[in-house]
Ligand binder design. Structure first.
Ligand SMILES: *Cc1c(COP(=O)(O)O)cnc(C)c1O
Length: 424
């Protein structure tokens, strides 16, 4: 079959209008990076922005808050504005601030307003555990027992969630719903518009953890009327390790103000009056707590330039082709070795990665690594493979699948331990 050949992969690369973006990054020549969904690669543009900000610090000292072409004082707002088109948001609805889990606490403090008869939170059993920890600790802080007040949506197969099932659980006593945009393990993309509409019919606040959809799919938060969203920027958005996270606040909620306040959320122009009564800015900026994280935000500027140049729609189109192609190769080449695919087949239900399942995933993953592939393992049986549109090629995908075939043919994986390491 022609589609299974290396020549076919190369032909696809030849037709790929985004292929030159790879050169704007630092992929290693002897490595196939398939982990951009956990930590995106460094781009030259991101590096340049970080070095520029270091230079600004060198040259301006404290005056960096005002003097540079992009003053630090407004930089988090500027990064929000740069992100807005990727999320279908107004420029003032996104702020780049703090880290993802802290921002979830802040969203809970703002949007969870329990009253008698409407005091429950709904989440799903497949979400990233940090979200569950945050929600449970928040309930306890409010004097509410998670055993009673937390509704956990079950997955029928341990991989996916069903929107209609979720909607059927939206009872009148639910006040707040948090769901992932894309599930971190299976890569399922939820219909955020449909879920939001159903939640609002029940008068429920709804928001999404978009860590795995940010930079992999286009969002239309305003059109969908989502109440809030948050995401980390170090995955598909290539902001670097521990890069500053983002918050989206629907402008209809600006007047609520933040449930957790800090001086950086004060009306910007008057912030340095240092008055004791808090007066929130009328934008997502009000949800800032402390001083903007200049050094861990700067790479995002360069990375976002690349997203604007390449176009989120083009990136999504290529990403779908890559994952489609990967699944086709897996079906044809790897399924006979006991592999399965834990990711939805439908394009509109898929994020940016493929969940490859195997009972021996730990050892196979170790063998993949020693063959120069950087995969991502999720206990107990999932190898996540993210062919990232910005810097991966169809040839990369072909190589990974054929390296896996070789690992199985030679039984190379049997050399490795089935103990897992400390990270993942
Ligand atoms: C990566 C990820 C996180 C990580 O949160 P941090 O606070 O940045 O460590 C949280 N939620 C989801 C869904 C993630 O994928």
């Amino acid at each position: 079959m022609e589609k299974l050949t290396l020549e076919f992969a190369r032909k696809m690369d030849g037709e790929d209008t985004l292929r030159d973006y790879r050169e704007r990054f630092y992929p290693k020549a002897d490595e196939i990076y398939m982990d951009g969904n956990s930590l995106g690669l460094l781009s030259k543009d991101a590096e340049a922005c970080l070095l520029r900000v270091l230079d600004e610090w060198k040259n301006y000292g404290i005056n960096g808050w005002e003097k540079p072409a992009k003053p630090w004082f407004y930089y988090a707002e500027e990064m929000g504005k740069m992100q807005a088109p990727l999320f279908g948001a107004k420029p003032e609805e996104i702020i780049v601030h703090s880290s993802n889990t802290v921002n979830l606490h802040s969203m809970l403090a703002t949007f969870f307003n329990p009253v008698e008869g409407k005091d429950k939170i709904m989440i799903d059993e497949l979400n990233f555990p940090s979200d569950r920890y945050a929600v449970e600790s928040h309930l306890k802080m409010r004097g509410l027992d998670p055993e009673e007040k937390l509704v956990v949506i079950k997955s029928p197969d341990g991989r996916m969630l069903d929107e209609d099932h979720i909607i059927s659980l939206m009872a009148d006593d639910i006040a707040f719903i948090l769901l992932p945009g894309v599930l971190y393990r299976s890569g399922q993309l939820l219909d955020m518009e449909k879920l939001t509409k159903a939640a609002h019919e029940k008068n429920i606040m709804i928001g999404f953890d978009c860590c795995h959809s940010a930079g992999s799919v286009q969002h239309e938060f305003d059109k969908w009327d989502v109440d809030f969203a948050f995401w980390c920027n170090y995955k598909y958005l290539n902001n670097g390790p521990g890069g500053t996270a983002s918050i989206y606040i629907n402008s209809k909620h600006f007047r609520k103000g933040p449930g957790m306040a800090g001086w950086q959320g004060f009306v910007k122009k008057k912030m340095f009056d240092m008055v004791q009564e808090f007066e929130p800015e009328c934008s997502a900026g009000a949800w800032q707590l402390g001083t903007p994280h200049m050094l861990s935000m700067a790479p995002l500027e360069g990375s976002l330039k690349l997203f604007h140049e390449a176009g989120m729609e083009n990136l999504r189109e290529k990403s779908l082709k890559l994952t489609e192609y990967m699944m086709m190769l897996i079906d044809n080449i790897l399924v006979p070795y006991g592999f399965g695919i834990g990711t939805p087949r439908e394009a509109e239900k898929r994020g940016g990665h493929v969940a490859l399942e195997h009972d021996d995933a730990i050892r196979i993953n170790a063998a993949l690594k020693s063959n120069g592939v950087v995969p991502d393992f999720r206990y107990p049986n999932v190898i996540r493979l993210a062919p990232v549109a910005m810097y991966n090629s169809f040839e990369d995908v072909w190589n990974v699948v054929n390296i896996l075939k070789n690992i199985m043919d030679t039984r190379e994986y049997e050399k490795y331990s089935s103990e897992r390491g400390d990270v993942a």
